[in-house]
Design a protein around this ligand. Sequence first.
Ligand code: ATP
Ligand code: MG
Ligand code: MG
Length: 350
Amino acid sequence: GATIGILGGGQLGRMLSVAAARLGFKTCIFEPGADCPASHVADTHIQAGYEDEGALRTFAAAVDVITFEFENIPTSALDVLETLNPVRPNRKALRVSQDRLVEKAFLNDLGLKTAPFAAVDDGVDVTQAMSEIGLPAILKTRRFGYDGKGQARITDPNEAEAALAAMNGAPSLYEGFVDFDYEVSVIAARGLGGDVACYDPGENVHEGGILRTTTIPARLNASQRTDAVLLAAQILNKLDYVGVMGVELFVTGDGLVVNEIAPRVHNSGHWTQNGCTVDQFEQHIRAVAGWPLGGGTRYANVVMENLIGDDMARVPDLAKDGTAALHLYGKAEVKPGRKMGHVNMITGPA
Ligand code: ATP
Ligand code: MG
Ligand code: MG
């Protein structure tokens, strides 16, 4: 059978490996860390850094197609890998999603709404952005941010200096605060032949910048649901995308505003593991392997809750609850803010 190469060994890589195994594929993980969640379930683990060209070549030679579980793959690593094997999703999707400024410009070019934004490199830029865009606002590093890291809120002009200092000199983006009613995401997939399948949008609640719960169905009406799915399809088509993508949206009285896109399986799509026949992980493997996509039909209403840090203490009780579908990542060390697992609760038929 074929072998799928996965860059990154976190929980997303782990669940991709499990899905690949179910379809009879082997998996090879490329990850600098030793004891990573994916290494316990993948067939092989190449433990090396992204600057190690020899290791990248060994990895590429061992697999038939390459995908990834996080978007911050260095360009230099892609230069090596792309000449040896197909990388799916493609580089354009990575280039766009690695930089919040490029991403927002791309979305606006498609005619999609985003928060108002301006690039910020120094105090002069912040002052100018503040006068153009106004307050409240969020300053975000353009690259490498996740789970709300690398962000600082500005509600009062005298907080601007501290927010800028929190960026540690990294190129940043000033974003006007979107006064949203709630947040949803579309988990969308595009196959090698250009076919698109979307899951029903879920409603997301964040706490301290980290996803807490995803509830399916979201409160969207039929036309909002159609808008959400169509704009996701538009994004995937424009990028000639292959694989699963998470599209995070703000729902406002003025329509849908795109927050950000993630060129990979997404935390807010974990509910599909217990709500759909083909979950987002299998869907991604199907796409990158050139298989037909699953339909995405939903059979249940689901609440997905992340188990973060000390939430792990609830696992014995959750295990006693025969209706809770537990998914644990096998991380040895519990840390505050660390995603340790999640639980899917079926709340009714779809
Ligand atoms: P992820 O882990 O999803 O990649 P991230 O670190 O990239 O997160 P964002 O998605 O940009 O962060 O922001 C995290 C959360 O902060 C959002 O889901 C939303 O709740 C809030 N937020 C971010 N930007 C804005 C904005 N412009 N207006 C209002 N709320 C915002
Ligand atoms: Mg993000
Ligand atoms: Mg986000």
